[in-house]
Design a binder for this molecule. Structure first.
Ligand SMILES: Nc1ncnc2c1ncn2[C@@H]1O[C@H](COP(=O)(O)OP(=O)(O)OP(=O)(O)O)[C@@H](O)[C@H]1O
Ligand SMILES: [Mg+2]
Length: 276
């Protein structure tokens, strides 16, 4: 459904961020993209919706070659790709409902959408989505009165209002505590299953990636060095992706989930190392 073919990106500065990346993502598949800082995760997501222009290669969403679209066509195509951001990208002084409705015209045209009146069925759908993400009692609250987890739920509802075919998610939990992070990942996972949505989720927490993704792709210095099922990601693979590390379980105090922290688990250690 999403097909990334021979994708490379070299920034004007000369930095080579991606080299010959090939990834096919079928409908409904949730992919976690992991890798150390600077590996090219954000660049890859942004090449898909062309917030960053690829240097070489093609990206197809269904039959549409995204890499060949003109500005007007691209605007339409971007509505099929919901974007969820680490910093939520909400407008603080607007209400939860207004923020969600701003997704109606896509994330590129906020001010245009802000000045518009919305059709009744769009408002009804926004209500349904806010209910689904657990924010029905926050509809009239200003966005800046919400916690991080609540803000991310607004971001998710806004992305879904576009009725996208794929979610592009850049570190959705990086600013959240461990428990809220799991809740947000679970929510994204469930919504993808309910709507047969694909997702690419950039995430530093390897354990969360393993828990909630169907497939993990490891990037290192702009190249795919791992592509497989979460179970196949062992310490050797983590070392390949992140480099040599001390996977000593003694050092892990990051998480509040006592059941999981009691058993030494190399993948959890990987999660910690990945965040450094
Ligand atoms: N706008 C830019 N101009 C020049 N170089 C850039 C730009 N954005 C990213 N880069 C470079 O491209 C490479 C990949 O960066 P990218 O932000 O995609 O990595 P990342 O995996 O998302 O990292 P992080 O985990 O820290 O978010 C890095 O070497 C980075 O310095
Ligand atoms: Mg990034």
């Amino acid at each position: 459904m999403l097909s990334i073919q021979s994708l490379s990106k070299r920034y004007n500065t000369g930095d080579r961020a991606l080299t010959n990346v090939n990834i096919q993502i079928p409908k409904g598949q949730v992919v976690a993209l992991i890798g150390p800082s600077g590996a090219g995760k954000s660049t890859l997501i942004r090449c898909v919706n062309r917030l960053v222009e690829p240097t070489e290669g093609q990206v197809f969403l269904g039959d549409t070659q995204l890499t060949q679209l003109n500005t007007r066509q691209l605007r339409a195509a971007r509505r099929r790709m919901g974007m969820i951001f680490q910093d939520y990208a909400l407008i603080d002084r607007l209400s939860v409902m207004e923020n969600v409705l701003s997704g109606y015209l896509g994330y590129t045209g906020f001010w245009r959408s802000f000045l518009r009146r919305y059709p009744q069925d769009v408002i009804a759908e926004a209500f349904r989505l806010l209910e689904r993400v657990g924010l029905e009692s926050f509809i009239d609250k200003r966005a800046d009165a919400l916690s991080g987890g609540q803000r991310q739920r607004v971001g998710i509802a806004r992305a879904l209002l576009q009725n996208p075919q794929i979610l592009l998610v850049d570190e959705p939990t990086a600013s959240l505590d461990p428990k809220t992070s799991r809740q947000i990942m679970r929510l994204i996972r469930e919504l993808c299953a309910e709507r047969e949505l694909s997702a690419i989720i950039n995430i530093h927490d390897v354990h969360l990636a393993q828990q909630f993704a169907d497939r993990i792709i490891g990037l290192k210095a702009g190249e795919v060095v791992f592509d497989g099922e979460p179970e196949a990601l062992d310490t050797d693979m983590l070392t390949l992706i992140y480099g040599e590390e001390d996977w000593n379980p003694q050092t892990d105090t990051e998480d509040d989930d006592s059941v999981q922290t009691q058993t030494p688990d190399p993948i959890r250690m990987g999660a910690k190392v990945a965040m450094v």
